[in-house]
Design a protein around this ligand. Structure first.
Ligand code: NIG
Ligand code: FE
Length: 415
């Protein structure tokens, strides 16, 4: 089956095929084709360009024509950091924060991650899958075509495995590309508070072997932060993951810089995420690596935290990715259009930088840059068509407006 998209005002983010990621000044560059067409066969982009270069149709059998009606086409967003498998939303904590409690105070009182873990324990795998599937459908609706999903609301062997099995099932039943991350080290469960080593040993000796055996994860993550996991514990857990070929993608520098960036980079991490706090030595570590610094601006927005100083990263010739951090506690939205607006407004990224950060760079941050993150021949046809917009700046500018008209995943229009 061949599909042709015609009448495209602009095709955004092309000719990135052999690019791992873009960094520094190159983040300013975005390739655009005016008055374009795109051809898709069996879910793969087979041709694209300006209408004047279109060869027309030789065989009218098995052809589907999509009229973009003067809209623009973007590669689907790659959301390289989410926790979208969860049991319940946490709006009570949201109200508590409005009344003056901090995220850390709420966590100390048994809210936060431990609250989510208590709720998740009670759900069956099927119930959890049904809830997560709804979240997947929501992010497809807002233009996401690849998503990384973490465990970490289980915090026991049974519940962590339950979460990861749900993610595996989502992979099998969705057109969206999914990568799975084991985040057993998201918090120390209450019953191990006085013996944290026992929990860390459980992660290493009990959870990881099952995960490897059932092929349940692509990556491993640790929340390296005061009151969560120390640098030494982080290194120990990441090393254990490495033995099972799980590359690291870590939570670092959300509230405090305690050395998590260097520890992650030294462990060969693919990305370091959050970075609300950034030290000179973090930049030095990153410059010696191919690790993708990833900002999560909606977490800063929602919790009222400082925003990651990404300009410093870009000025130091580093790349930046952006992701939603979709989770019930610190970012209850997976809408990447809003992340794009926040990147421009709060991180002071230009639209070109923000679009690169949410496509090719975030694709790299979840290991899918060969297949996704740009509109190129041979890449997967995960795209969205906008309503008529004057230019691509309008997408982040017009925050809160739904500009996406058609979503295409694996070449198929999503209903
Ligand atoms: O990335 N920082 C750690 N984990 C999540 C929040 C988890 C939660 O509050 O439920 C984050 O922000
Ligand atoms: Fe997170």
């Amino acid at each position: 089956m061949k599909t042709i998209i015609k009448n495209i005002s602009q095709i955004i983010q092309t000719e990135r095929k052999n690019t791992l990621f873009v960094y520094g000044k190159n983040m300013q560059k975005l390739n655009v084709i005016n008055d374009g067409f795109i051809e898709i066969s069996n879910g793969i982009i087979t041709n694209f360009g300006n209408m004047s270069n279109w060869n027309g149709i030789e065989d009218w059998n098995n052809i589907k024509i999509i009229d973009a009606e003067g809209g623009s086409v973007f590669p689907s967003y790659c959301d390289s950091h989410t926790h979208l498998v969860f049991a319940e939303t946490r709006e009570k904590e949201f109200v508590d924060r409005i009344k003056g409690l901090s995220y850390q105070q709420i966590a100390k009182q048994g809210g936060g991650i431990l609250n989510s873990a208590r709720k998740l324990e009670k759900l069956s795998e099927e119930e959890l899958y049904d809830k997560a599937k709804k979240n997947i459908n929501k992010i497809i609706e807002t233009g996401t075509g690849a998503v990384e999903i973490k465990s970490g609301y289980g915090l026991s062997t049974d519940s962590e495995i339950k979460m990861l099995r749900v993610i595996k099932k989502l992979k099998q039943t969705s057109d969206i590309t999914i990568k799975s991350t084991f985040l057993g080290a998201h918090a120390i469960p209450e019953k191990y508070e006085s013996n944290r080593n026992q929990y860390i040993n459980l992660i290493i000796n009990e959870m990881l072997p099952i995960i490897a055996d059932e092929n349940l994860a692509d990556f491993i993550d640790v929340f390296c932060e005061k009151n969560y996991f120390t640098v030494e514990e982080t290194i120990k857990i990441l090393n254990a993951g490495k033995k099972y070929k799980l590359q690291a993608k870590t939570h670092v520098n959300q509230f405090n810089a305690i050395g998590g960036v260097k520890a992650s980079v030294d462990s060969g991490a693919l990305s370091v995420d959050h970075l609300e706090i950034l030290m000179k030595e973090d930049i030095i570590s990153l410059k010696e690596s191919k690790c993708m610094p990833t900002a999560l601006p909606s977490c800063s927005f929602f919790l009222g935290l400082p925003y990651s100083p990404v300009r410093e990263l870009i000025n130091n010739s580093l790349p930046v990715a952006i992701a939603s951090d979709y989770n019930p506690g610190s970012s209850p939205s997976g809408n990447m259009n809003f992340i794009l607006s926040l990147a421009c407004i709060k991180l002071k990224m230009t639209p070109e930088e923000a679009i690169n950060a949410a496509t090719i760079n975030s694709a790299y941050a979840m290991g899918v840059e060969k297949d996704l993150g740009s509109i190129d021949i041979g890449k997967r046809a995960n795209l969205f068509i906008t309503k008529e917009i004057p230019n691509y700046d309008y997408l982040p500018y017009s925050f809160g407006e739904n500009l996406i008209r058609t979503k295409i995943l694996n070449g198929k229009v999503q209903k």
